[in-house]
Design a binder for this molecule. Sequence first.
Ligand code: SME
Length: 168
Amino acid sequence: MSEGILLAKVARGTLLPEAARVARLQEALPQIRAAVAGETDEVALQATLACLLWETLAQANWCGFYRRVEASLLAVGPYQGGMGCLRIPFDRGVCGACARTGLTQLVADVHAFPGHIACDGATRSELVIPVRVGDRVVAVLDLDSPHLDGFSPPEARILEDLLACTFR
Ligand code: SME
């Protein structure tokens, strides 16, 4: 029986200062790595990361994966939070930009991002990170926050490393 991860309780929606968010992520990281160690099934990995990152990232109102289901199309995968849009073409939204370019998208204010898809009108910032298997982008991790500037470059780097180690 798995018990999730051990972290101090922080109310959903709380934006801790950046240093505290990074420390919380660092504290969660070995527990997340242990939870997925040895697992190779992509859905099992995505579902478990969505769950544990949701527990860790209190500033998020959405946390989950979009999977590449066609050459230029994403479909929603395992997630936590309110209902997300089901399909995102590569030429739309922050997730599409990430999948198309293969580059992490750190968007401090989604209202300033042309083509942002507002699944939840409360969302103000977003972090989207590509998931690669070999050289191919097979999915993206999408994190949304109702706070402006809800995610930072150090958090993005930590999550990039986690994804690179988890999906191969
Ligand atoms: N905001 C995203 C769409 C996905 S949902 O917000 C869950 C985007 O612009 O790609």
